[in-house]
Structures are given as structure tokens and as C-alpha cells.
Design a protein around this ligand. Structure first.
Ligand code: CMC
Length: 434
């Protein structure tokens, strides 16, 4: 018998089947042949929230959640964060290899040529209320780019895809900065193409009346490192949204907006905003034990803790902690760090968190750095969305070019009524379901 197979006996019929095992998986479609009779649809897998279903083959990001390993295209995240710029890592994620010098300068040039927003997009942004949530503005404005670049709908054309990728990577910092300045009521600052990707972002965020913005190199590097850490994370909720929406051959601006919408949720990228709110609510170190008890009693979650995949320390959290020290040398220590450290100390020795393998994730410390840099919590998830746009686009490109992929369309287990007749409205009874 072929060793790379799975033998199944269907006890309902007594029939035996052999399914091929490839890369540690069976094809769920192979279950379909398992039927009780000719009228049977065939066996399906039931897996709400994709707890144990691989939806694609991917060569982009590798995670070993037990060992706390994260690699982009084979390179450990620690090495990339230490030695590369964000644009180098973006190139790596999108093209599969680190760029040589001329490739990097060509790529940086391409991105730089796409940093400007069409003036109509700028006006569109002006229509938002002054207190609109920055993430809602970001999602809507990314979607609005589809109105400016109608050719983006030709998703099967490789040259058009490459162009939209450069546009999105170039424009998301501009959109993010404009959302930020819109919230503050400040005039928008146009991109400065003399500056690096992150320096230019800082320029668009913080330039006031000075003729030329000069970024603090430590803060610019810290932001670059944070961007590297957030650039991709394989099949997370937003990457899955990007692939699912993109699988309908939707244009990349709308698919990216859908992915960003998924990111905005508090269980995903929105957690960084919630962490800061939680630290504010705790208020001081003395209140930490009582807060942990509340969480253990089921009153809320410890935001920035836990992960579907990591069952040990999130390697990104470790690098972020290290980056925080560099940032605090410039900005002064953020007092919220002490509350966070105490929260981590208590949680890591508490049976509740230990038995559930709940460790700090990427969002636990990133907000403290952003806060020290002067950002308010409601912009944090937008800062996450800028680099993650690269990951979404890499996932999208891989999905579009994968001959095995089709429109994403899960099955369901129907639990509703059998067929029944419509009762005329005058004869219906009130069910009180609304
Ligand atoms: N605080 C307290 N208890 C928790 C937490 C937490 N942060 N996370 C999970 N648990 C408990 C949960 O109540 C459950 O306990 P029990 O078995 O007694 O019912 C157990 O741990 C397993 O939790 P789960 O909800 O089944 O785990 P999941 O894999 O579905 O959820 C998660 C993963 C990240 C959504 C979850 O850990 C969470 O809500 N964390 C807080 C939000 C957060 O920090 N999100 C950012 C994730 S990392 C970056 C990103 O994805 O953007």
C-alpha cells in the first residue's frame, strides 16, 4: 500500500477508501466520493473559522507557531528587521528575492512615482467628517482609487497588475497621512520624493511651515522596522479577505479595501488601538492584578495577547520591545510601558494564560511606540495597514497566478427549515423575531 495515503472506512456503508496525502494534507474534494448512496451529495469537511483548513499553497511567509518562527520567503524576520529597509522587504515579498542594488533603486523609484494622489481623491477625503475614524477613511479612500484607475479591473494582465501594485504601495502612506491630518484639521502635505519611504511618510504627517522636513533618523528607522514586522503574516483574516474578494477578479483597489476592512476589527489589526485603551483604563501598575482577574472571570480579553497560530512568544513582539527602547531614547519613556510590562509579567506566570498559551502578540507593544511618537490610538490600525498592503498584494498576485485557484466559495451545512409554503400575510402569526 502507498504509504502516502490515508485509509478511511465509512462505517455507514462499510466501504473503504484511500486518499492521497500530500504535504501533510488530504484534498477535501477527495472526501466527496464517500457517499451513502446515489442521492448523497458526498462527505464534506466542516471547519468554521478555518481552524484546520489550508486554503492555498503559498511560498511567501512561513510561520511555526509552536516555535515562534516567522520567515518571509525563507529569511528570518529578525535578520530582515535588522539589516533591510522596508522597501527591500516589500520587493522580497512581492518578487520572491531580495533586490540587488540596481533593482532596489528601480523599485524605490517606481514607488516614488506613485506617491501622489489624484486631486479628486484629495477632495473626496475632504468630505469626511472631522471626527471620522481614520481606518474608515482609509478603507473608503483606498476603494475610491478604483474610480481613478479603471484599467485596474484587467486583473489578468500582468503588466497592469504590476502597475497597480506600485500605485498601491506608493499611495497608501499618502492616504494614511491625509487621514491623520484630516482628523487634526491640518492642511495636507504633498509627498517629498527626496526622502525615503518612511521619511516621506513622516514628512506628510508632521511637516508644518518649515521649507523642508527632516525626519529623526532613529524614529524613521523604528517606523521602517515596524513596517517590516507588519508586512505579511500568511493566511490571516485580512489576507484571506484579499484572496477571497480577489478570487472574483475584483480590482486590487477594492480587494485591498476589503482586506483593510477585515484588518480594522478589534480581534485583528484593530487590537493595537484597543491595547492603548486598555492600558489607559488600567491606569496604573497597582491596578494590573485586578484587571487580570476581571479578564480571567470572562469580563473582556487581554488585548494584544493570544494568537491563532503562535502558541509561544510572537517573534515580532520581541523585536518591537527592543525597538521601543530605541524610540524612548528620543521621545522619553512612555509611562504606559510600565503597565504593559507588569501585565505581561503577571499574565506569563498565571495558569489561565499559560494553559491557553496566551503570549503578547505584535499589537501589544506597537501601540506604545506609536503613542510615544505622538500618534493617537485611533490611527494605529492605519499604520498597520500601510505595510500590510504589501503582504495583501503579494498574496493577491500569488492567488491570481495560481492555476488551482478559483472563485472562493465555501460550502455550508444547512440547518434551516425544509421546504414550506408561503402563508398569506393576513393569516401569519407574530413570531417576534425582528
Ligand atoms: N485574553 C483572555 N483570554 C483569551 C485571549 C485574550 N486575549 N485570547 C484567547 N483567550 C482565551 C479564550 O477565551 C479561550 O478560552 P477558553 O478555552 O476557556 O474558552 C482560549 O483562550 C482560546 O481562545 P480562542 O478565541 O479560541 O482563540 P482564537 O485562536 O480563536 O483567537 C485571537 C485568537 C487573537 C482572536 C484571540 O487570542 C484574541 O481575541 N486576542 C485579543 C485580540 C488581539 O490581540 N488580536 C491581535 C491578534 S495578532 C495581530 C493580528 O492578527 O492582527
Amino acid at each position: 500500500m502507498d504509504k502516502n495515503t490515508l485509509s478511511i472506512t465509512d462505517n455507514r456503508t462499510g466501504k473503504a477508501y484511500q486518499l492521497a496525502v500530500t504535504d501533510g494534507t488530504i484534498r477535501t474534494m477527495d472526501l466527496r466520493q464517500i457517499k451513502t448512496g446515489s442521492g448523497d451529495f458526498g462527505l464534506m469537511g466542516y471547519d468554521p473559522a478555518f481552524m484546520n483548513t489550508a486554503s492555498c499553497r503559498s511560498a511567501i511567509t512561513f510561520i511555526d507557531g509552536e516555535k515562534g518562527i516567522l520567515r518571509y520567503r525563507g529569511y528570518p524576520i529578525e535578520e530582515l528587521a535588522e539589516t533591510c529597509s522596508f522597501l527591500e522587504v516589500a520587493y522580497l515579498l512581492l518578487h520572491g528575492e531580495l533586490p540587488a542594488e540596481d533593482e532596489l533603486s528601480g523599485w524605490a523609484d517606481e514607488v516614488r512615482h506613485h506617491t501622489m494622489l489624484h486631486e479628486t481623491t484629495k477632495k473626496f477625503l475632504e468630505g469626511f467628517r472631522y471626527d471620522a475614524h481614520p481606518m474608515a477613511m482609509f478603507v473608503s479612500t483606498v476603494a475610491a482609487l478604483a474610480t481613478v484607475y479603471p484599467e485596474s479591473r484587467k486583473v489578468l494582465d500582468p503588466a497592469i497588475r504590476v502597475k497597480q501594485i506600485a500605485r498601491l504601495v506608493g499611495k497608501v502612506p499618502t492616504i494614511a497621512a491625509y487621514c491623520y491630518r484630516h482628523s487634526l484639521g491640518f492642511p495636507y502635505v504633498y509627498p517629498d520624493n527626496d526622502l525615503s519611504y518612511t521619511e516621506n511618510f513622516m514628512n506628510m504627517l508632521w511637516k508644518m511651515a518649515e521649507p523642508k522636513y527632516s525626519a529623526n533618523p532613529t524614529l524613521a528607522r523604528a517606523l521602517d522596522v515596524l513596517f517590516i514586522l507588519h508586512a505579511d503574516h500568511e493566511q490571516n483574516c485580512s489576507a484571506n479577505a484579499m484572496r477571497a474578494v480577489g478570487s472574483a477578479q475584483t480590482d486590487p483597489f477594492l480587494a485591498t479595501a476589503a482586506a483593510a476592512a477585515a484588518l480594522s476589527g478589534p480581534l485583528h489589526g484593530g487590537a493595537n488601538e484597543q491595547v492603548l485603551k486598555m492600558l489607559d483604563e488600567i491606569g496604573s501598575i497597582q491596578n494590573v492584578p485586578a484587571y487580570v482577574e476581571k479578564v480571567k472571570a470572562g469580563q473582556g480579553r487581554l488585548m494584544g495577547f493570544g494568537h491563532r497560530v503562535y502558541k509561544s512568544y510572537d517573534p515580532r513582539a520581541r523585536i518591537i520591545k527592543w525597538t521601543a527602547d530605541r524610540v524612548f531614547e528620543v521621545t522619553g519613556r512612555n509611562p504606559k510601558l510600565d503597565i504593559a510590562l507588569e501585565l505581561e509579567r503577571i499574565a506569563l506566570q498565571d495558569e489561565y494564560f499559560v494553559s491557553r498559551s496566551l503570549y503578547p502578540n505584535v499589537d501589544f507593544y506597537s501601540g506604545i511606540i506609536y503613542n510615544a511618537m505622538g500618534f493617537d490610538p485611533d490611527i494605529f490600525t492605519v499604520l498597520f495597514a500601510i505595510p500590510r498592503t504589501v503582504g495583501w498584494l503579494a498574496q493577491w498576485q500569488e492567488m491570481i497566478t495560481d492555476p488551482e485557484q478559483k472563485i472562493a466559495r465555501p460550502r455550508q451545512v444547512y440547518t434551516g427549515h425544509d421546504a414550506r409554503k408561503v402563508v398569506p400575510i393576513a393569516k401569519r402569526v407574530t413570531h417576534g423575531v425582528a
